[in-house]
Design a protein around this ligand. Structure first.
Ligand SMILES: Nc1nc2c(c(=O)[nH]1)N(C=O)[C@@H](CNc1ccc(C(=O)N[C@@H](CCC(=O)O)C(=O)O)cc1)CN2
Ligand SMILES: Nc1ncnc2c1ncn2[C@@H]1O[C@H](COP(=O)(O)OP(=O)(O)OP(=O)(O)O)[C@@H](O)[C@H]1O
Length: 227
């Protein structure tokens, strides 16, 4: 981690640490007090960011803009998507609905997949998805393909609750994407997808946080590991 990545200070005073679970412990953290402060701050940010998500009417043009920017990024980075396994997501909690875009990719020859929580606090698994596939309710009530087949994505979308200008992501707080990106072999090209309004000055990156390869919002590509 470079100096500029380091948090400049704590968002909440250390005395607030008592308000989070006393048994909370981040096994990867180097400084327990700091990890607790950041976890508490992130929890508050998630609540505010979810509350501020655009309403349904605004989300349609946003999803269309996201699809356009994703197409441009993927065309530049991969050209033809034939043979690529692309993990999208089944929208929850007012996320942008990219299912029409996922269908287009499928028609263009990509294999589509969805991320699934197969076991708590473990890496996600990716299940192949097609439009006619029966779905079942999984962890957190998220719809997932009704199959036990798995695929390894070459390109993975990571829905963003929050994001920063250095490629770091805030999710729903389960740590699932970080755990997954840490073990995916070969590594997937990971693209954070979210709303422009969800930008944070920093997410106070912790040792377990994995930088994405790109971040795309309705306003275009906001960060790329290549630039
Ligand atoms: N549409 C969509 N599907 C997705 C994701 C996503 O972000 N969006 N995921 C991306 O990862 C995975 C599900 N992510 C989850 C993340 C957290 C929790 C969860 O149980 N959260 C706890 C809070 C944990 C904490 O704060 O310590 C909870 O709400 O009780 C569940 C699922 C897979 N599918
Ligand atoms: N590679 C990992 N190994 C073990 N624990 C991890 C790993 N990555 C994250 N965690 C744990 O997951 C918890 C939540 O992490 P974080 O706040 O980064 O979640 P998030 O990225 O917002 O969630 P999600 O990816 O599920 O949307 C933390 O307690 C962290 O220690």
């Amino acid at each position: 981690m470079s100096d500029t990545d380091r948090p400049g200070g704590y968002a909440s005073s250390p005395c607030m640490a008592a308000e989070i679970a006393p048994d909370y412990f981040d096994p990867l953290a180097t400084d327990r007090q700091q990890a607790q402060d950041v976890a508490l701050w992130r929890k508050a940010q998630r609540g505010a960011l979810l509350e501020a998500r655009p309403g349904a009417a605004q989300r349609l043009p946003i999803a269309q803009a996201l699809a356009k920017h994703l197409d441009a990024l993927l065309a530049e980075r991969f050209g033809d998507l034939k043979g690529q396994v692309v993990s999208g997501y089944w929208p929850i909690k007012s996320e942008a609905d990219l299912r029409p875009w996922m269908l287009r990719l499928m028609r263009g020859g990509a294999t589509m997949a969805l991320p699934v929580v197969a076991a708590r606090a473990a890496p996600l698994v990716f299940r192949p998805w097609t439009i006619d596939m029966p779905m079942r309710r999984g962890h957190w009530n998220i719809l997932e393909p009704d199959t036990d087949d798995t695929v390894i994505p070459t390109i993975a979308l990571a829905p963003l609750v929050g994001w920063d200008g250095k490629g770091y992501r805030l999710g729903y707080g389960g740590g699932y994407f970080d755990r997954t990106l840490a073990v995916l072999q070969p590594p997937a090209f990971a693209i954070g997808v979210g709303f422009q309004g969800a930008r944070l000055r920093t997410i106070y990156p912790q040792p377990h946080d994995i930088r994405l390869d790109a971040i795309v919002t309705e306003a275009g590509m906001q960060w790329s590991a290549m630039s």
